[in-house]
Design a binder for this molecule. Sequence first.
Ligand code: HEM
Length: 219
Amino acid sequence: MKKLMFIIFAVLALLIGLYPLIYVFVDHKYTFLSSKAPEILNNPIWRFAFFCHIIFGSISLFIGWRQFGSGFRNKHKKLHRIIGKTYILSVIVSSLASIYMGFYANGNIVSSSGFVSLGIIWLLTTVLALLKIKKGDIIQHQNFMTYSYACTFAAVTLRLWTPILKHMIVTPGLSYLVVAWLCWVPNLMVAYFLNRRRFTKKDIVGPSPFKKANTEKIL
Ligand code: HEM
């Protein structure tokens, strides 16, 4: 069951990670870009932010899932570090762009604040995960990375919630306001329970989440 869940999680991350390729192959008038007002679309800063966001967002989603699961991590420590560094860099670029884009989001202050909050939490949890590993605090590094990827995974859950909300809420405008929050708040709750559960497992390193752990065993 756990393995099946992990496969579904990975497949969804890979598929949505590839989704922005539609901006290469599909005419922009048939994509999300056609929903933007001409003054936003013709703003070179917004366009630059948009492409930075989708390119680096895709990279983070596409590679980030591979960091979970101790088997792979323990076997390929060097690769874990390379993927980790690429993930952190991608999130920093994509999240900064997403915070800026959040102010121009479709909808109103509700959707804007949803995306801007997500962007800020995405950036903070990722930077905190980096700072924790620099100090050798593996437990807190794992915790913050779990929160970080829960934010990254919002790109997947947004696209899962959208058709469900379309059936439940008839007004598309209203469902966009809801999805701007629903795509990430439950993800962070799941991350919270995963982090808590990790402490009860026997393969966890270190007696307390607040103590420095043995780096060699887990990385
Ligand atoms: C996790 C934090 C994220 C935030 C805060 C965020 C924020 C945003 C915002 C504000 C927009 C524009 C919405 C509008 O103008 O109405 C957007 C669009 C978009 N984002 Fe993100 N995003 C995140 C993650 C990702 C990731 C990881 C990907 C990678 C697949 C991604 C791919 C896209 C795409 C492709 C669009 C264009 C809309 C579409 O084609 O469906 N985003 N994002």
